[in-house]
Design a protein around this ligand. Structure first.
Ligand code: GLC
Length: 650
């Protein structure tokens, strides 16, 4: 849109930086800046228009965008153009992600190069390397307490190592995902040091207060994220004589986005990593970006404005780069991180689907899909050009954040049902084979989350201890079933390192003073490459999981109906143990795929006459796409084996 005020301001800014941009090929940059500038100006004005330094702050932002574009390589600029043409590229069913802690997975970045073959073997083409930036040892929150946003942790490698890896990944058509921890810094970041030294400019980068007056007002409505390890949301800094807002750990200082300089610094950092080859940037803890007294300080409207502004800026300089929102919040809130639009993602193109993840674990515990069937319907439809990141496990805990109303409608009492789930996964005395531990127990309200590796939560550890072959089979089937859902559901599946070989809980963190207070380390083990070799030996648990998963991944890539175009229809069946949906195929030439999962430990049947009335399952027999078994449909009853799953072409 042409709007005089913003455009004459833009002209002033560009005249000022003319010398810098002289003789550079900025044609595409200018068209994108022209197209996005009114949006950038308006958002910046909504957030910071009341400030006297508004113009100079906006000027600084445009300089950052320009300099970052000048620094962007020709190859990446070409990729931007290609992705602009093919803007739905990331909705394809071809993408399959894998998340690693570099140190634990491969030692360092160079080591990671030597593991790319393993990832290729599994069918991975999107690699999320969790935070690798410089953090203080022992106060790192697994990499999420960054001391220097432009330096890689010396034990992991250098920026040059990352550049080399990014180049190799591009050759393998594998996407690189990197984190930018936008909500906070380490208390050892240079900004924090300067704040401690009394520099007002940097004190204004954070939320800090001389006495408890304002912190107490904030605390009235702010929940605690780590109630066990880091109770409260403020930490006293004796050197400065101030209370600092620390929503996560006491050494993670929340950045103050009410200060436009903070916003521009973080855009600069996002673009820095985009220019080092990140295809996708995972924006950490985005729900927390704006703090307001009298609110929970999560999901605030301004947090969304910040993300929209970040997206608009990124589109000017690096339009091929996508954002992932890490917002582990209620479905009604999470959907907003795509940006409230009819079609295009205005904030993040991708968002973690924590609701599906938690519901899957609920279905495993209850052996029943009633809540899954109901609550999944509470996730509003996503935008056309946006997609989910579907996962079963990740480096974090599992929160039981289902909606109370959904729990009631599924026939359970919410508090009791959450207690049941917590006991099921974390209580040794419970009648359950799951072996997890409680994380983040809040004694004030009884809340807790769950930590533990996928395989241990799925009963494999207990089954192996008891040498119980049937139980081993059940846990392997559970692992494959859960992955089968995230591969078929719609969105990008993200597999957590170690899960493809059934990695169990790792107690080693208890011997490490830096880790023992955060029991999420139980599921962040060093990858056992010796055990991983067993994936090649027929009949081992590693082989049974790895080959099952590999086959499903390869099959997913062939099924165009699995591309994510809002083409999923949930189907109600007459059996509460079953979860069923159909993936329609917009292209017309390819068949639809019906997915049926059985969460029970016994085989279950359903009457398929209803499905036939919907035009599904018309043939007398059909192939299960990832196993090549032929399923007999001559009867009205279809039987699904214990913890089994079908992908049926229909
Ligand atoms: C994100 C990370 C988590 C970390 C938190 C605070 O939620 O996934 O591991 O503890 O942010 O940085």
């Amino acid at each position: 849109m042409y709007e005089q005020v913003s455009h004459s301001l833009l002209n002033d800014i560009l005249t000022e930086i003319e010398a810098e941009v002289k003789d550079k090929n900025l044609q595409y940059f200018y068209t994108r800046l022209g197209a996005n500038f009114y949006a950038i100006y308006s958002l910046f004005h909504q957030l910071y228009g009341h400030r006297d330094d508004f113009k100079s702050q906006l000027n600084q932002l445009v300089k950052v965008l320009t300099r970052s574009y000048i620094a962007r390589s020709t190859e990446l600029r070409q990729l931007d153009l290609a992705r602009e043409k093919n803007h739905n590229w990331f909705l394809s069913q071809q993408w399959v992600g894998y998340a690693v802690y570099c140190r634990e997975f491969s030692g360092d970045l160079k080591g990671l190069e030597s593991k790319l073959g393993y990832l290729q073997e599994l069918g991975i083409n999107m690699l999320h390397i969790m935070p690798i930036l410089d953090c203080p040892k022992g106060k790192s929150d697994g990499g999420y307490a960054v001391r220097d946003f432009r330096k890689i942790n010396a034990e992991i490698g250098t920026v040059e190592d990352l550049d080399a890896l990014a180049t190799n990944l591009k050759k393998l058509d594998t996407l690189l995902v990197l984190d930018v921890v936008v909500n906070h810094t380490s208390d050892e970041h240079a900004w924090a040091h300067q704040a401690i030294a009394g520099d007002k400019k940097y004190q204004d980068y954070y939320y800090m207060f001389d006495d408890r007056g304002t912190p107490d007002l904030y605390e009235q409505y702010m929940p605690e994220v780590f109630p066990e390890n880091a109770p409260g949301n403020f930490t006293w800094n004796a050197e400065m004589g101030k209370w600092v807002m620390t929503v996560f750990n006491d050494y993670q200082w929340d950045l103050n986005y009410q200060n436009p300089a903070v916003f521009t610094e973080m855009v600069d950092i996002i673009l820095y990593w985009a220019n080092h080859g990140a295809d996708i940037i995972r924006l950490d803890a985005v729900a927390f970006l704006w703090k307001k007294i009298g609110s929970t300080c999560q999901n605030e409207r301004e947090a969304h404005l910040i993300l929209q502004l970040m997206k608009d800026c990124c589109q000017v300089t690096a339009p091929g780069v996508l954002f992932i929102a890490e917002a582990i919040v209620a479905p009604i809130e999470v959907i907003k991180y795509f940006g409230e639009d009819a079609i295009n993602a205005k904030e993040c193109e991708i968002a973690y689907n924590a609701t599906l993840m938690a519901l899957l674990w609920e279905a495993v515990a209850t052996k029943n899909a009633t809540l899954l069937n109901r609550a999944i319907r509470s996730i509003p439809d996503k935008l056309e050009r946006a997609t989910w990141l579907n996962y079963v496990r990740c480096h974090d805990d599992i929160g039981l954040g289902f909606d109370d109303n959904d729990i009631r409608l599924a026939g359970y009492e919410p508090t009791l049902h959450r207690q049941f789930l917590l006991h099921y996964y974390t209580d040794r005395s419970a009648n359950s084979s799951a072996k997890g531990i409680a994380f983040g127990t809040n004694v004030k309200n009884g809340d807790a989350r769950i930590a533990g590796s996928l395989a241990s939560l799925a009963g494999l550890e207990t089954a192996l201890e008891h040498h119980d072959e049937d139980a081993i089979t059940r846990s392997i089937d559970t692992i494959l079933l859960l992955h089968g859902v995230i591969l078929a559901f719609g969105g990008i599946p993200l597999i957590y390192y170690g899960d493809a070989i059934g990695t169990l809980n790792d107690q080693a963190y208890l011997d490490d003073d830096h880790k023992k207070n955060d029991n999420r380390w139980i599921h962040r083990p060093a990858m056992d490459w010796n055990k991983s070799e067993l994936r090649l030996e027929k009949g081992t648990t590693q082989q049974r999981i790895f080959s099952g998963l590999r086959k499903m991944i390869a099959t997913r890539k062939e099924i165009t109906a699995f591309a994510d175009h809002n083409n999923r229809e949930l189907i109600s069946l007459d059996n509460p143990h079953l979860f069923c949906f159909v993936r329609n195929n917009g292209t017309g030439n390819h068949p639809r795929v019906l997915v049926i999962c059985n969460f029970d430990h016994k085989e279950q049947a359903c009457n398929i006459d209803g499905l036939r009335k919907l035009g599904l399952l018309q043939h007398a027999a059909v192939k299960n796409l990832f196993s090549d078994d032929t399923i007999d449909l001559s009867d009205s009853l279809l039987t699904i084996p214990s913890l089994g799953m079908y992908w049926l072409e229909t």
